[in-house]
Design a protein around this ligand. Structure first.
Ligand code: HEC
Length: 307
């Protein structure tokens, strides 16, 4: 029902001083991609009651556009939403969303979808609330993807990401849920979500409802039916750590940096063989390095030493 800016007349965007669509948006498809896949709907639906109706909290604002501008700043995801609107082009996006909710408030409804037909009528969907109202589910795992019969009818394990430090566990056979606490080792580990500096929510006021420190992600089953997940156990601010984009073999040896053992390092030095050190914790980094992107640390023998 939202009136998506029509192609081709409004694209490419001409920015804040032009038609209000971000200059990076060249086509209507790119606009739709952000709305449907990679921005707004990567977190939540657009069209649910909470998005298509403007809460009373914002009634005092003069226009629907002003209400939209304020409502998307609500809560700990407010900065992400404001950034998402900006990626579309704030002025044009707010005008589109405001027009959409104005028409809904005036009684407009989308065409009714057809009732399920044929075998569609055999589908039964069961939904469970298996965490708590202040947590959200980032992802979940029910099997080993390489062997999808593993854990048939077994428990399902969720990851609440930056919202809560426990794994929600669901037994879909007995319809019961329980929690496995995921504590951090260092109690001073920072919170994963911003705890202040956001606008009040129509639902939770100024309460910071997301309180995770561990930021549990990516639960996975292995072939033995064991569940693995990633979580943070301490902060990453080591006061001695510093990023060194470039250094020479000699510096690496002298500073005793444990890039590799010193024999290998000096062999590289003698043969003027550069070393590229980068994090494999992010698997996209391999592609970045192959494409020649400048990430990580390059250890090479400076020209002076070669001469
Ligand atoms: C990082 C996750 C995230 C992204 C991305 C995101 N949202 Fe949200 N959105 C939320 C959360 C969380 C809430 C609930 C805020 C609250 O507690 O009041 C919300 C609430 C809303 C609301 C209801 C606000 C109200 O009036 O109470 C609207 C409308 C909305 N989002 C629109 C958008 C649009 C449009 C985009 C894309 C430009 C977007 N969101 C992207 C997480 C996100």
């Amino acid at each position: 029902m939202a009136r998506i800016p029509p192609a081709p007349s409004e694209f490419p965007g001409t920015g804040v001083n032009g038609n209000g669509i971000n200059e990076n948006i060249k086509t209507q498809e790119q606009w739709l991609r952000l709305m449907k896949t990679d921005s707004c709907e990567s977190c939540h639906q657009i069209g649910s009651k909470g998005t298509r109706e403007i809460p009373a909290l914002f009634n005092s604002l003069p226009t629907s556009v002003a209400k939209w501008e304020r409502r998307i700043q609500s809560g700990q995801a407010g900065t992400a939403m404001t950034g998402g609107i900006n990626a579309l082009g704030t002025r044009r996006a707010l005008a589109m969303f405001a027009d959409w909710t104005d028409r809904i408030a005036a009684g407009e409804v989308p065409p009714a979808p057809p009732r399920p037909q044929g075998i569609e009528r055999n589908v039964v969907i069961t939904q469970w609330d298996w965490a708590d109202p202040k947590a959200y589910l980032h992802d979940e795992i029910a099997t080993d993807r390489r062997n999808p019969t593993l854990n048939a009818n077994g428990r399902i394990y969720g990851a609440a990401e930056i919202s809560a430090d426990y794994l929600p566990v669901l037994d879909p056979v007995t319809h019961t849920a329980h929690r496995v606490p995921v504590p951090v080792r260092d109690p001073n580990t920072p919170y994963a979500a911003p705890m202040q500096g956001f606008q009040a929510s129509a639902y939770w006021g100024s309460e910071a409802i997301w309180t995770s420190k561990g930021n549990v992600h990516n639960p996975m089953f292995d072939q033995k039916g064991r569940v693995w997940f990633t979580t943070r156990i301490r902060g990453n601010d080591n006061p001695d750590a510093a990023f060194l984009p470039e250094l020479t073999h000699r510096e690496a040896l002298e500073r005793g940096l444990k890039v590799m053992d010193s024999t290998a390092l000096s062999l590289c030095m003698d043969n003027a063989l550069p070393i590229h050190v980068f994090g494999l914790d992010d698997e996209r980094n391999i592609g970045r390095v192959v494409r020649g992107e400048r990430i990580g640390t390059i250890i090479s023998t400076g020209r002076e030493e070669e001469e």
